[in-house]
Ligand binder design. Structure first.
Ligand code: SF4
Length: 457
């Protein structure tokens, strides 16, 4: 199954990979179809229908904004967060949408962007339908997409045929499970990092992979830096105060602390910084989702700051292994909160970070697999119940917990020799089953848990 490690880390904007990044990509794909089929000139109206979880939490997650940006021609990677609000204000005040920046059509959100909160499409809880009309209200083009988590998008026809991921590139060490990776390592004599490298070479050169991963790290660091410096209240109406800048001030005042737990304060600060930026619609790296975007950078920053002799090579090894763990969860269960609850977001991010850290610290393949397993085992059953549908409570704080557990999981694994009772594949199986049995009120619908027990204001 040829998913590259780089697919698990995409640069985009907040607050949600499944509800912002994915729908923006779907809207852009629809626009590209109109352009590619030479239909754009005939379009007089576009209608967007959101279904299931996208409809239930789409307002809080910015799905409406994402769709408008995508139809205008923007991509998550290419959008400067600064232009978003002015552009949306213009669309809304003029009631006009510029498709691909060339073709203007009237666009009234009450008529053309509909939230079907009581309807789910067949293949995934995050369904979205685009319809373009020509003069006389005849249908020109209609497409349905699913945002399946982590910013990945699947067209309805692909989902129907079961070809969710195209197997285009032949990998020297193909895998679908953790056990298969361990067997490859044993048979080839390669370390897990070397084995992943060999697979990534099927996509691009080592130099290109390294440059892309270091760019991802650069964006993560910039995101943490911004998050630690921007004070104020997060948008959306919950009046959540940004805590990372406050924590930074306190840690600066405290200086070199003798408190052995001060490392935890730094890790929390880094995770808060990323997720507060995400909640504010800033530039973040999806890792593997936006709601869980703080875990991997916080743990990597811990590696760079608090471990002995950290290197850039260690950062690259971290990403390679963390990315492959994300792929295993995507293949074996899901990284969509609409299917798995928060197990699919913070749980997966924790497992990825635990494995990545273990690799960066020189762990064996067995220790890495053990760390990933511990990271998920203690997130099983974790629900997704964001208050007011905003990616703020419990999301922001939860990333600090995920980061802490990841470091602990890695340390536990490194203390052992890699022998353990529960395998990563078993825990992925348990996660898949738990997700299937979890009621939909706990799967990114804001219909249960904290979402209904915390007063909105
Ligand atoms: S509760 Fe977890 S899964 Fe749900 S939106 Fe927040 S971070 Fe994402």
């Amino acid at each position: 199954m040829s998913i590259s490690v780089l697919n698990m880390f995409s640069i985009g904007v907040g607050p949600s990979s499944s509800h912002t990044v994915g729908p923006m990509r779907a809207a852009k794909q629809f626009l590209d179809l109109l352009i590619g089929d030479n239909l754009l000139d005939q379009v007089v109206r576009v209608k967007v229908d959101l279904f299931g979880s996208l409809a239930l939490t789409g307002h809080g997650h910015g799905t409406d904004k994402a769709v408008l940006l995508g139809l205008t021609g923007y991509t998550p990677e290419g959008t400067d967060p600064e232009i978003i609000e002015p552009l949306l204000n213009q669309i809304r005040s003029q009631k006009e949408l510029c498709l691909g920046e060339t073709k203007s059509v009237t666009f009234t959100e009450e008529r053309d962007l509909l939230f079907h909160k009581d309807r789910f499409l067949p293949f995934h809880p995050n369904g979205i339908r685009f319809t373009a009309y020509k003069e006389g209200n005849g249908e020109l083009l209609m497409k349905v997409y699913y945002s399946v988590g982590g910013g990945f998008v699947v067209a309805h026809d692909q989902a129907k045929s079961g070809k969710i991921v195209q197997e285009e590139i032949k990998l020297p060490y193909p895998f679908k499970t953790g056990d298969e990776i361990l067997v490859h390592c044993k048979e080839s004599g390669l370390s897990m990092v070397e084995l992943i490298r060999a697979n990534e070479r099927a996509f691009r050169s080592d130099e290109e992979t390294d440059a892309a991963l270091m760019k991802i790290w650069e964006v993560m660091e910039a995101c943490m830096e911004r998050g630690m410096n921007v004070e104020g209240t997060l948008p959306g109406g919950l009046n959540v105060q940004r805590r990372a800048p406050l924590l930074r001030k306190k840690l600066d005042e405290r200086g070199n602390s003798q408190d052995p737990a001060h490392v935890m304060d730094y890790v929390s600060m880094w995770a808060l910084a990323v997720n507060e930026e995400n909640a504010a619609g800033g530039r973040v790296v999806t890792a593997p989702t936006n709601g869980a975007a703080g875990v991997v950078p916080a743990v990597l920053k811990y590696y760079k700051t608090f471990t002995r002799d950290p290197t850039d090579q260690g950062v690259i090894d971290f990403f390679l292994v963390a990315g492959v763990m994300g792929i295993l969860f995507k293949l074996g269960a899901s990284i969509s909160a609409a299917e798995m609850g928060c197990m699919g977001e913070v749980g997966v991010a924790c497992s990825m970070a635990a494995a990545g850290l273990t690799a960066a610290l020189g762990g064996t393949a067995q220790q890495i697999e053990n760390a990933a397993e511990i990271g998920m085992e203690h997130h099983l059953g974790l629900t997704c119940d964001p208050v007011m549908g905003l990616v703020q409570i419990p999301c922001i704080e939860r990333n600090t917990m995920g980061a802490m557990k990841a470091i602990n999981a890695s340390r536990l694994a490194l203390f052992g020799d890699g022998t353990h009772r529960v395998s990563l594949d078993q825990v992925i199986g348990a996660m898949r089953e738990t997700g299937r049995n979890m009621q939909s009120i706990y799967k990114e619908t804001s219909q249960g848990g904290l979402a209904v027990n915390v007063p909105e204001c």
